[in-house]
Ligand binder design. Structure first.
Ligand code: AMP
Length: 587
């Protein structure tokens, strides 16, 4: 029997989920029909000649596959025009979400509406029902590193902000969270402050004040949790001082936050001493989370994809506390819920909810659509394979995901590559593989974000003996040399002998094992890989740069590839290089 948390009935949520996934094909057909009926008046659909038809075959025949670039002019008109005419959706778009844009270098505008809000709640409720079955939480609080981002009005008067802020602002979110999540330790003034450094300090302080009540630790992406505890290592004595004296540090200058704290911050020397002693006794901060938050049941957040490199550090802070990877979605729309929270984050899967959108999948098995070299050595372009339906995907194969949403995106290429890990009833369980466009390539070589991650993982093992970690990393292809070569940027936690760095650089070069790379390196059609070591704090500068562009701390993902078009970030990196090593692995 599932435990009931306040007004939440986990049994019912799981029953509904079971019913939806048992007949995923029918639910998909009905979902497509609803999307097309509700948005039938939209100019975009009217122009495609569907003539009221809503079946998958007509839909595929009339509606083209698109990227964000194709829809940009429509979304821009929604943002700019004041008369709210039906452009992409039947009913007016409520607000605009800014996607993190950390992969492209600038935030993208995407439509946000009530249906998106509802599917967000459905995903949250579903994964919570499964999580709570495995690790029931009591009626305590939660330490959540969540941050709102800038809000502004578009020319046409719509609110524009990040998707997470759009969700936090909604009444549905507040109602759902009351039911399913423990209350956040921090007051709204902390979450909605626009200075994330001040918010972070205050989240930590609130977490400590309510340390015995905290049931779990959360942030949207694992990066923010690691960042929060790295900051804790720097400011813990100041936090203890605030608790001892009952006075908020002078680093907090925002009046609304100071006034919110004045309602509950009181001198508590006993708590301050306990925290001080615990911190002093920790060895290199191992097990910090369970030590300071003894009633926490788990750490929760997205830990897959570009978040995997932070898992080691997260495990260090969490010790034996379970790490539970959160759901899969994007500013454009949700895709799947993690219903096996007990699985380690590295093998987390996301079961697609078949009623939150219509999903198609382009098979990538043969990469047949890409340019390939034929038997005679000349380049040929093969036709892209037809996308297949949600229930037709094969276990073990990779696909590019295409989504059609209630918020006005039709056959939209999200840019993510996923792999089918299995099925729950008739709904696929997907694993996130990588972003499709993040590819290191000089000529016939192709290395993805995942290949890069594995290479860095391998090479960073050589640093273990030196007790130094790779704090963050990214890559670039330098074509200014002849031939071009891969560049990997590393920020390290300490100094390392040149000899060790040389070994790391050679190891990185050898770790890219695709035939295109190895072959080209051997014949010198790709130059030696270059490892550039950047100063401490460089990746923090990159984060600050993205936040200044309007990205939210909640959605930030370190770009794992920085192209020439992202020149500001490239400049930050290159200005911070203090050592550069070239590989001799193929000499
Ligand atoms: P944003 O547009 O900022 O909302 O970012 C959405 C992107 O983040 C997705 O398209 C994915 O590339 C990535 N993402 C979201 N959820 C996950 C997840 N659970 N695992 C891995 N990557 C994810």
């Amino acid at each position: 029997m599932l435990e009931k948390v306040k007004g939440f009935n986990g049994d019912r949520v799981i029953e509904e989920f079971e019913a939806l996934t048992k007949d995923a094909e029918r639910v998909q057909r009905e979902t497509l029909q609803r999307i097309l009926e509700e948005n039938g008046k939209a100019e975009y659909l009217q122009n495609l000649g569907l003539g009221g038809k809503t079946d998958p075959d007509c839909f595929k025949a009339c509606v083209p596959l698109v990227t964000h670039k194709d829809l940009e002019p429509y979304i821009q008109r929604i943002a700019d025009e004041e008369d709210a005419s039906p452009i992409l959706t039947g009913r007016p778009i409520k607000s605009i979400s800014l996607s993190s844009g950390t992969t492209q270098g600038k935030p993208k505008f995407v439509p946000f509406n009530d249906e998106l809000e509802q599917s967000t709640m459905q995903i949250y409720r579903t994964s919570f029902a499964f999580r709570n079955r495995a690790h029931p939480i009591g009626n305590g609080k939660s330490l959540q590193f969540i941050y709102s981002s800038k809000q502004f009005k578009t020319k046409g008067g719509l609110l524009a902000t990040t998707a997470t802020t759009n969700v936090y602002l909604s009444q549905q979110f507040k109602n759902t969270m009351k039911d399913i999540q423990s209350q956040c330790c921090s007051p709204d003034e902390v979450i909605f402050s626009l200075d994330y450094n001040q918010s972070l300090y205050c989240h930590l302080l609130c977490g400590l004040i309510y340390s015995d009540e905290v049931q779990f630790v959360f942030s949207t992406f694992a990066h923010s949790i690691v960042h929060a505890f790295r900051t804790f290592e720097q400011v813990w004595e100041e936090l203890c001082c605030d608790i001892r004296e009952g006075v908020l540090s002078s680093r907090i200058t925002i009046p609304s936050i100071r006034s919110a704290f004045s309602k509950f911050l009181r001198p508590n020397p006993q708590l301050a001493n306990t925290i001080y002693n615990k911190c002093s006794n920790l060895s290199n901060w191992y097990g910090l989370i369970p030590e300071l938050w003894p009633n926490a049941k788990y750490v929760y957040g997205i830990m897959t994809g570009s978040m995997e490199p932070y898992l080691n550090k997260l495990r260090h802070y969490a010790a034996s506390l379970p790490l539970m990877s959160a759901d899969y979605g994007s500013s454009e729309g949700w895709i799947g819920a993690n219903i096996d929270p007990g699985e380690p984050p590295e093998s987390a899967t996301f079961t697609v909810l078949p009623n939150i959108g219509y999903f198609e999948f382009i098979p990538l098995k043969e990469r047949a659509h890409e340019q390939e070299v034929d038997n005679y050595g000349s380049m040929v372009v093969r036709k892209e394979p037809e996308p297949i339906g949600l229930t037709k995907v094969n276990v073990g194969e990779e696909y590019e995901i295409i989504m059609t949403t209630f918020a006005g995106l039709y056959r939209y290429r999200l840019g993510d590559v996923v792999k089918t890990a299995g099925f729950h009833n008739s709904a696929p369980k997907l694993q996130f593989v990588h972003r499709r466009n993040l590819i290191l390539t000089v000529n016939i070589d192709k290395n993805t974000e995942k290949d890069l991650q594995l290479a860095v993982e391998e090479a960073s093992k050589l640093l273990a003996a030196e007790k130094v970690e790779v704090l963050d990393f990214t890559s670039h292809v330098d074509m200014s040399t002849n031939p071009g070569h891969y560049v990997i940027f590393w920020e390290l936690s300490g100094d390392v002998k040149d000899e060790v760095l040389n070994n790391c650089c050679n190891c990185l070069d050898r770790a890219f094992v695709d035939a295109g790379y190895v072959g080209s390196r051997k014949i010198r059609a790709i130059g030696p890989l270059e490892l550039r070591i950047v100063n401490r704090g460089t990746f923090h500068k990159i984060l600050e740069h993205h936040l200044a562009l309007g990205a939210a701390m909640n959605q930030f993902k370190t770009p794992r590839y920085v192209g020439l078009s992202n020149h500001s970030v490239l400049q930050i990196l290159n200005d911070s290089v203090h050592k550069s090593i070239c590989s001799n692995a193929y000499d």
